[in-house]
Write a protein that binds this ligand. Structure first.
Ligand code: PEP
Length: 255
């Protein structure tokens, strides 16, 4: 099936990072319970909790519009990899997606593009949607290298198995993550247009339908402006996804 841009349903995904004990499931329950009242323009909504909460959140969200994702997976399906979890395990726990290549994984765990690509391919193998993160550092932006970096990361991090159904690209300028800073709207629009062009030239019709999320200090106060930009098909939200009231305000930017 091919999709055109006008048919792309947006996605707002929350990345809880290493935050949240069982008590935090009260926040996700509030989000889940608010979704049925949203109108036709409502986006798809997902929360990616820490791995310890994936099964509980998936069980609590079963039958609702709230989807659950993991924050990382190993490239292998199983094996001697102490502390890691596989895409198959996330799927078994009830996740439908997994974030791969988040800049914190790239920085803290030395994940290179080829590792990110293998993880995205693992997600596809397991039947999960891979949310593949890309984005430049402050230094790269100041050196006017943003488009080079983004195009290089797309080429090296996306596997050939990517389709509009199993892959989401999250453009997250590293200097905007958790800092309260965001690029100017015109810059976000320019970079997302370049990402779209790259996806179309590599994947053809599928590239037209792959969702491109913006991530980096999305808040209730800036969501409407950022999410209404062309080729911005939703958001990956960190800090503001931890509180239901803030996350719902971002989701309602589509109202
Ligand atoms: C993120 O880490 O993916 C993110 C976008 O974080 P924040 O919204 O807190 O900047």
């Amino acid at each position: 099936m091919t999709e055109t841009l006008s048919e792309i349903r947006p996605l707002v995904a929350g990345n809880w990072k290493m935050n949240g004990l069982s008590a935090a499931l009260g926040e996700s329950a509030e989000v889940r319970d608010a979704l049925p009242a949203l109108g036709k323009s409502a986006p798809d909504v997902m929360i990616c909790p820490p791995a310890t909460l994936v099964a509980q959140l998936a069980a609590a969200s079963k039958g609702s519009a709230l989807a659950v994702g993991g924050q990382d997976c190993h490239a292998a399906a199983s094996g001697a990899h102490t502390g890691d979890i596989s895409a198959e395990m996330l799927k078994d726990a009830g996740a439908t997606a997994v974030i791969v290549g988040h800049s914190e994984r790239r920085a803290d765990h030395g994940e290179l593009d080829r590792i990110v690509k293998a993880k995205a391919a693992a997600a596809h193998r397991a039947g999960l949607t891979a949310i593949v993160c890309i984005g430049e550092t402050k230094g790269e932006r100041l050196a006017d290298l943003t488009l080079n970096v983004v195009n290089r990361q797309l080429a090296a991090s996306l596997p050939d198995t990517a389709t509009a159904h199993n892959t989401v690209v999250a453009y997250e300028p590293i200097w905007a993550i958790g800092t309260g800073l965001t690029p100017e709207a015109k810059d976000v629009a320019e970079i997302h247009a370049a990402i779209r062009k790259n996806l179309e030239s590599r994947f053809g019709p599928a590239g037209k339908g792959i969702r491109i999320l913006y991530g980096g200090s999305v808040k209730p106060t800036n969501a409407r402006e950022l999410l209404s930009l062309p080729n911005v098909n939703g958001a990956l939200v960190g800090g503001a996804s931890l509180k239901a009231v803030d996350f719902l305000a971002i989701i309602r930017a589509y109202g």
